[in-house]
Design a protein. Structure first.
Lengths: 235, 764
């Protein structure tokens, strides 16, 4: 792994920083056991693990370490692809709403992951309606380029969390039985937000090395991850 | 002055210039020198012996005056003569060349016309010059403008020629009179030559043949008060929606410090208006005007300054130019060696530009590529083009962060040839694997780049990294590619407002002949060297451009950039349009002039190449010319032999309006390509520009051929001057010089001087 950025260092040495969106919410993230908001779920191990594998799959000149930036921080505009998890527990502040809206309007790309069921959907949908009152969240058609930007993905798998996956239990959580890949498009029909609902790609990335976690889920998760990043950097 | 000279020396100065000096008295020069010496010695001896009360100085002065007087007497006794070759009357020809162009119809300051002089001087019987010339020479009259031909009388002059071509006139007269004894040529003109042919080509044969040209300048040397719009240079063809920046030079006399508008319009509307301060009297000023051309087709663009009160020439206040606004979709290949945000944001910036097709080939893994905006499923299916034919389909190539070792040597040579042979545009973008950091030193492409590469200090993320604030250079402020604002004065402030970028390729020098348009100042406040941000150079038939930052997308994404700001979009649209601007097709046709008058000869020049841009000399080429009234004429276009791939045919349009020309080329039954062009047949105003008398040019013609320059005021001696010029059939005349009044005057002065000296000194 390469050197870490020091406090105040200007990003830019690398073409790509895997950036996690920091947002306000009522959940408790893990963050290496130190707690934090729901944004910090699987942080930072999941991020590091994802980068290690991703860089072996994609010729990506990426920063090796985690990079978490608040939606309200203007500095987030330096990272045109961001990742948000556990959005079913988010409760964005006005500053975060404004920050996310301007980020996406300027051309930023948001990847959303790891939230389940209708209640969490409602929370996320409500937050996004505050960002874009005029835009709806809609299914991404299967022939959309995001499904062929790197790997050809023909079927959307439901990726279980580590406990369910490694334990051989059900893949769903709560009432989230069917996985969806949905999106928010701009006026030019360009995809701004990709929403992975009723699935947990992050856990599959994080626990890909576990012999107990089924390979088919981590394989799909990495395929989807590579596609979303290649697409987000070129479209 | 000339009259005084002639009174004192008996003959005019030109006689002394043309003639030879000699002594007519018998005996050798030494004998006469001895006689002069004896007389001088006698004079000195006389003054030395008769001392009286005079001092040595007195005697010296008086002896000197007396010796001078004796010397003059001896000089006269030697019978000095001037030998002049004089033409034999009616044995020689003189060609009289009269300017028949429109500028001869302009008024002089005194209210007369320039052409009035021709009538006054050359009307048989009454003309001030005609009789003098006709009694000595056989006269042949010629008229000249854009063409030159013999005329029988002044009634054939119409003063309606559209150009003034002195060289062609001299050639025509020399060739026409080649078989006869020629005493000289007389050229009557304002000298306002507006042809591009060098005059020297016509003067050298005249010098060799010993034919003097006597030029007569008509018209005022300074036309005042007057405002004139200088030549306006526009590209022949641009893409629809292009913004043009045009420099207009305005010259004026008599309107110093005035502010006037320059209005740019097409047939339907005003495109731009710029007010220009004319500055001090007589000094040209340059105004830059930007305007956008939106509608496709052949567009007539008019530049105009409203006529000011009292202007002498109104016709030179406007200029007309034509631009072919093309609605084609130009294909550009952008090869990026790794996923980078430049791809995303460049695509977004130009996606609304219907005239640009940015085809992206992005390497996402070894031998794995993402293809975007391709025309069909086969395009770039095997990665970067492996043949010239495949690469040359694109008009421009953008290379992102990709190491040179990715390409085969043949592909590297192909990229260099893409610029130099195919004439395409190459844009090299900064990145970890670009420029020197990408191992491009020593490759065939290095020479194409407009910047100097130096060995990298380190590569990858641990290598060079700096943040720079970008600003335009003076050359950049004048270049359309980096104009972020339609208002020229706002361009600098727009650049100031943009956020800093980062660079990983330290580049501070450009190649000789390259131009820097943007440069970067390091934000660390320590580094003094300025980063070359945007530089370009012409290379062979094409252009290569280096853009060294790695993240111009920050001009779109950065939080300091308002969402409504279009700087990033404008920058990339202008950059890519510039990249494809002027890129030639394999088959192209142009006319040697974009506008002619009916009856003027036009050359159609076609360049024919195959799909690898190798010139083809055995093509079958046909031009279809459609007149404004719809008459279609098919003409074969032949290879010139002098230039590979160049085919030429001449034709004379007879109608006013636009002629449409389509050209088709084929070889062995297969089509090589086709192209179209438009010829505008319209009345020309060229003669009203730079229309003041060019004395220096007419003097040069006279000086270099042994002739003389005259104005209407001193032209009366012209017939006599030609007669002693020495050209043609001549006989030698000897003219005595001993009786020149100046000699007797000097004698009187010497004698009177001695007498006066004696009176003053009391020696009488």
């Amino acid at each position: 792994m390469g050197p870490r950025m020091v406090e105040g260092e200007l990003p830019g040495r690398y073409p790509f920083y895997w950036t996690r969106a920091v947002y306000s919410g009522y959940g408790r993230g893990w963050w290496g056991g130190r707690g934090g908001g729901s944004w910090a779920t699987d942080y930072p191990k999941g991020d590091r693990q994802f980068l290690v594998v991703l860089k072996r799959l994609v010729r990506l000149n990426a920063y090796d370490w985690e990079n978490a930036v608040s939606l309200a921080d203007p500095g987030i505009r330096r990272f045109p692809v961001i990742y948000a998890v556990e959005v079913g527990r988010m409760e964005l502040t006005d500053e975060e709403i404004e920050g996310l809206r301007s980020y996406l309007d300027a051309g930023g790309f948001l990847i959303v992951d790891d939230f389940w069921g209708s209640r969490e959907w409602s929370v996320f949908e409500w937050n996004m309606s505050r960002v874009f009152p005029e835009r709806s969240i809609e299914d991404i058609p299967s022939d959309h380029p995001i499904f062929s930007a790197y790997y050809d993905i023909e079927e959307i798998l439901q990726v279980p969390n580590i406990n369910n996956g490694a334990g051989g239990y059900q893949t769903h959580e709560r009432d989230g039985y069917v996985p969806y890949v949905r999106g928010i498009f701009d006026d030019e029909r360009r995809l701004m937000v990709v929403v992975n609902w009723n699935t947990d790609l992050g856990d599959a990335w994080e626990w890909a090395e576990s012999p107990y976690y089924p390979l088919e889920y981590s394989t799909f998760a990495y395929e989807m991850g590579a596609n979303m990043i290649v697409y987000g950097m070129s479209h | 002055m000339d009259a005084l000279f002639e009174f004192l020396f008996k003959y005019r100065g030109i006689a002394f210039e043309q003639g030879d000096f000699a002594f007519g008295a018998p005996g050798s020069f030494r004998i006469w020198l001895g006689v002069a010496g004896l007389a001088a010695a006698g004079a000195v001896a006389t003054y030395t012996m008769a001392r009286g009360k005079s001092s040595v100085l007195d005697r010296g002065v008086m002896a000197g005056l007396r010796v001078g007087l004796l010397g003059l007497i001896v000089f006269c006794l030697m019978q000095p003569t001037l030998r002049i070759s004089t033409v034999v009357p009616q044995q020689n020809f003189v060609g009289v060349l009269i300017d028949d162009s429109r500028s001869m119809g302009l008024d002089n300051e005194d209210g007369t016309r320039r052409s009035d002089f021709v009538q006054e001087a050359f009307t048989p019987g009454t003309g001030t010059l005609f009789d003098g010339l006709a009694e000595r020479f056989v006269l042949r009259f010629f008229r000249f403008s854009d063409i030159a031909d013999r005329i029988d009388g002044l009634n054939e002059l119409g003063y309606d020629g559209t150009r003034t071509n002195l060289a062609r006139a001299l050639d025509a007269a020399r060739e026409d009179l080649a078989g006869v004894p020629l005493a000289g040529l007389v050229m009557v003109s304002d000298g306002a030559d507006n042809d591009e042919r060098p005059l020297t080509e016509a003067l050298v044969p005249l010098q060799a043949a010993g034919v003097p040209v006597f030029t007569v300048g008509v018209g005022d040397e300074l036309v005042t008060p007057d405002i004139e719009l200088g030549r306006v240079e526009l590209p022949r063809a641009v893409l629809e929606g292009s913004t043009l920046m045009v420099d207009v030079v305005v010259t004026q006399h008599g309107f110093g410090q005035l502010t006037v508008p320059i209005i740019v319009s097409d047939d339907t509307r005003i495109l731009a208006e710029e007010r220009v301060d004319l500055g001090p009297d007589g000094e040209p000023v340059v105004a830059r005007i930007g305007f956008e051309l939106e509608q496709g087709g052949s567009r007539r663009i008019e530049f105009q300054i409203p006529t000011q009160a009292g202007e002498r020439v109104e016709e030179n206040n406007h200029r007309t130019a034509w631009v072919d606004v093309r609605g084609e979709r130009e294909k550009i290949l952008y090869y990026e060696g790794e996923p980078r945000f430049e791809v995303k944001f460049m695509r977004r910036a130009v996606e609304d530009d219907e005239n640009l097709q940015l085809v992206v080939l992005q390497r996402t893994a070894e031998s794995k590529f993402l293809r975007l905006s391709v025309s069909d499923s086969t395009e770039l299916a095997f990665g970067f083009p492996g043949t010239r034919e495949e690469l040359y389909r694109y008009r421009a190539l953008v290379l992102g962060s990709v190491e040179a070792s990715f390409f085969t040597f043949d592909q590297l040579q192909m990229i260099a040839d893409f610029v130099s042979v195919r004439g395409g545009g190459l844009l090299f973008i900064g990145g970890h694997s670009a420029f020197a950091e990408g191992g491009w030193i020593g490759t065939p492409v290095e020479e194409v780049l407009p910047v100097v590469l130096r060995e990298p200090q380190g590569t990858g993320p641990q290598g060079y990294f700096a943040e720079i604030k970008v600003e335009p250079t003076p050359a950049g402020l004048a270049h359309p590619a980096v104009q972020l604002d339609a208002e020229p004065t706002a361009v600098s402030s727009r650049w100031d407002a943009l956020p800093a970028l980062t660079v990983v390729n330290p580049i501070t020098r450009i190649r000789p002949g390259a131009t820097t348009l943007l440069e970067g100042i390091n934000t660390d406040g320590i580094t003094a060297d300025r980063q070359v941000v945007l530089a370009f150079q012409r290379y062979g038939r094409g252009t290569s451009i280096a853009l060294t930052p790695q993240d111009t997308w920050l001009w779109q994404m950065h939080a300091d950039v308002p969402l409504e700001d279009q700087s990033h979009e404008s920058f990339w649209q202008q950059m890519l349009r510039w990249l494809v601007d002027g890129v030639p097709d394999a088959v192209s046709v142009v006319t040697d002039q974009e506008r002619v008058e009916p009856g003027e000869t036009v050359r159609l020049i076609a360049t024919i190449s195959d799909s690898t841009y190798l010139e083809v000399n055995d093509a079958s080429v046909t031009a279809t010319i459609t007149s404004p009234s719809g008459v279609v004429d098919e003409v074969p276009v032949e290879w010139t032999v002098e230039e590979d791939g160049e085919y030429v045919v001449e034709f004379r349009p007879g109608e006013m309006g636009d002629y449409e020309i389509t050209l088709e080329a084929s070889r062995d039954g297969s089509e090589l390509g086709r192209d179209a062009s438009v010829l505008h047949v319209a009345r020309s105003d060229d003669e009203y520009f730079a229309s003041a008398r060019r004395t220096s040019l007419l003097e040069r013609v006279a000086d270099e051929t042994g002739g003389r320059f005259y104005t209407a005021d001193d032209v009366t001696t012209l017939p006599e001057d030609i007669s002693i010029s020495g050209a043609g059939v001549t006989l030698t005349e000897e003219h005595d010089l001993w009786d020149m009044p100046v000699i007797f005057l000097v004698m009187m002065l010497l004698m009177g001087g001695e007498w006066g000296f004696r009176r003053v000194r009391g020696l009488v």
